[in-house]
Design a protein around this ligand. Structure first.
Ligand code: FAD
Length: 160
């Protein structure tokens, strides 16, 4: 953005907006006056009131979430490798809630991880026979806002 001579960047946390006086308050800088204000603060995880989800699920929104999930999956595979009885408790069953883009992508990535990586790295684990990926979606179709052709394609690809 160097060629934009009317643009300023601040690394700062916005703590408030004075709408009456059209000023943005941020840490470490003086209040910033504005004519028009665009707010693009992103989204946070929504558990839709599902009981236990916040305490027990692994949300996937930030890089930190992704690393935490990856660590959990590999720790689980390590644990099952040492103690195959854990499979009967569901240790090779991976549940993904939400059949939107993130859930569909995660289900596909999980399948790749299990079959292209884990089957080779853990040759003693019965991944082909026992591993399951369960994708839950409460509406009738995956990828709600997409065209039916793409919804069907995603479903068929995941089933394969
Ligand atoms: C797992 C996953 C996979 C995805 N894959 C894709 C994909 O393949 N293709 C695609 O198009 N989209 C994908 N998305 C969606 C895409 O990431 C989001 O739609 C997009 O990032 C939204 O952009 P945004 O600018 O609204 O919010 P964000 O990208 O969340 O940006 C908001 C920014 O605001 C900052 N902020 C928040 N509060 C404050 C504050 N008080 N003061 C200052 N700064 C603040 C945050 O630090 C952040 O940098 C994916 C999302 C997820 C979770």
């Amino acid at each position: 953005m160097h060629r934009q001579d009317n643009l300023l960047f601040h690394q700062a946390k916005v703590t408030g907006v004075d709408f009456a006086n059209k000023k943005v308050m941020a840490t470490g800088v003086d209040p910033i006056p504005y004519d028009y204000l665009v707010i693009g603060l992103g989204a946070i995880v929504n558990f839709y009131g599902t009981k236990g989800a916040q305490e027990n699920a692994f949300p996937l929104y930030t890089l930190r979430d992704a690393v935490r999930l990856k660590d959990h999956i590999f720790k689980t595979l390590e644990a099952v490798d040492k103690d195959p009885a854990l499979i009967d408790d569901g240790a090779l069953t991976f549940c993904i809630v939400g059949g939107g883009p993130t859930g569909v992508e995660t289900a596909g990535a999980m399948a790749e991880l299990l079959h292209a990586v884990a089957e080779i790295d853990y040759p003693n684990l019965p991944i082909k026979e026992r591993a399951q990926i369960l994708l839950f979606e409460h509406s009738p179709h995956l990828l709600g806002p997409f065209k039916p052709k793409l919804q069907d394609y995603a479903k068929k690809s995941l089933k394969n």
